[in-house]
Write a protein that binds this ligand. Structure first.
Ligand SMILES: [Zn+2]
Length: 271
């Protein structure tokens, strides 16, 4: 059985001590690839190096929507789990442009309005995020790379921008939008990557029910979104998601795993 985690963050502190063991655990359950997403200059370089050191890891280069604009809006607070560093996003886009052959996708990128909603200049910050996201999409299209999209509190705006740029290679990671938006994105032919937290969140069970199996992928967003609240998630947890998808779609586990691998190779190319 070949399993895949298309979105995780193994470059972080929480994997510093036992990454080898984490990768072995993943290998044992059949994970053949774990896509590690950078979110800023520091993590983009880290995932690039990890991909060189570990065959299981593939790099994705991204710009987290908050990180990308914090130099212009220092009033943006740190994320719930992460410190946000200031940098020049245009320089980082240039770096991605130069090094794109070392990544499998552009991500994570997107819009995050949740963390800025209480700011006095919300509208202005929102517009800047949208502007940066559009620049990222233009680059992804030029490089012909899929985009792995994060969206929080901005699901409709995100879909509108992706539609405006006629993006076809899209993964909506951990998509929290309502049913009508899930359907709209599915009708656009986009993919949804489902986290292991599906075991305890009805939302993702509904999403899996709505979206055709040919448009589903598995992810963990490790170390976040673990199947057990409070625990650290790992790429091996995609096995949990595949089982859950099999239940909902009334399919064999092997059949789900094979289809998801096929979906991934169709989108990202031979892995
Ligand atoms: Zn993530």
């Amino acid at each position: 059985m070949r399993l895949i985690d298309v979105h995780c963050h193994l470059e972080g502190e929480r994997f510093a001590k036992d990454l080898d063991e984490v990768l072995q655990n993943a290998h044992k359950v059949g994970v053949k690839a774990a896509f590690c997403s950078g979110v800023n200059p520091e993590t983009n370089r880290k995932v690039m190096n990890l991909a060189k050191e570990h065959s299981l890891i593939k790099a994705c280069f991204g710009l987290y929507p908050l990180d990308a604009i914090v130099s212009k809006f220092p009033e943006i607070q740190d994320d719930d789990f992460r410190k946000i560093e200031s940098f020049d996003y245009k320089e980082e886009l240039n770096w991605i442009d130069k090094n794109f052959h070392l990544c499998v996708a552009i991500g994570e990128v997107g819009l995050d309005f949740k963390m800025i909603k209480d700011l006095k200049n919300f509208e202005e910050v929102k517009e800047e995020q949208k502007k940066v996201f559009e620049e990222v999409l233009v680059l992804a299209k030029k490089l012909d790379k899929p985009v792995i999209v994060h969206t929080r509190g901005a699901e409709l705006e995100c879909i509108e921008i992706l539609e405006k740029h006629k993006m076809s290679k899209v993964v909506l990671h951990c998509f929290g939008g309502k049913k009508s938006l899930i359907k709209r994105a599915a009708d656009n032919g986009w993919f949804f990557s489902v986290p292991a937290v599906i075991t305890r969140l009805q939302h993702f069970q509904t999403l899996v029910d709505i979206v055709p199996i040919e448009q589903l992928l598995t992810e963990t967003d490790a170390p976040y979104l673990a199947p057990v609240a409070g625990e650290r998630s790992e790429p091996k947890d995609v096995a949990v998601t595949v089982k859950e998808i099999a239940k909902i779609k009334n399919m064999e586990v092997e059949e789900v795993a094979d289809q998801i691998w096929k979906n991934a190779e169709g989108l990202f190319g031979k892995i």
